[in-house]
Ligand binder design. Structure first.
Ligand code: 5GP
Ligand code: ZN
Length: 113
């Protein structure tokens, strides 16, 4: 997808700190961390919303969810972690390529607003 920041990062056109890559996703450091560790797991296929997802993309996302817990050491997940997927305006989604926020490395509260 042209003009998509995350598609450009996946293609290597924009630099990032890459923690992991396989055929389904990349995991990078968030440029503006909201927790001690803040990573983004980005499926390699472009879609904005879960509601837009094809069967093929849902299989890719399933693989992402299977892989994330295996990256315990790399992402410091040993003491627990939080996954967040912002969907649309009210959630504050700013990059319209679906991605999973991975927050770890500290105790977290619960402040949705
Ligand atoms: P959203 O608000 O769409 O759920 O999350 C987008 C995330 O992408 C934000 O946490 C933001 O800090 C991150 N981000 C925006 N631009 C860049 C960038 O150029 N590189 C990286 N690594 N993260 C970015
Ligand atoms: Zn994209």
């Amino acid at each position: 997808m042209e003009n998509c920041l995350f598609c450009k990062i996946i293609k290597g056109e924009i630099p990032c700190t890459k923690m992991y890559e396989d055929k389904n996703m990349i995991v990078i450091k968030d440029i503006d961390p909201k927790a001690k560790n803040h990573f983004l797991a980005i499926p390699k296929s472009h879609f904005k919303l879960l509601a837009d997802m094809t069967e093929e993309q849902s299989e890719m996302l399933r693989q992402c969810f299977l892989t994330i817990p295996k990256l315990q050491k790399e992402l410091q997940l040993e003491n627990g972690y939080r996954l967040v997927i912002n969907q649309g305006d009210d959630a504050g989604q700013t990059v319209f390529h679906l991605h999973i926020h991975i927050l770890s490395g500290q105790k977290m509260g619960w402040t949705p607003a």
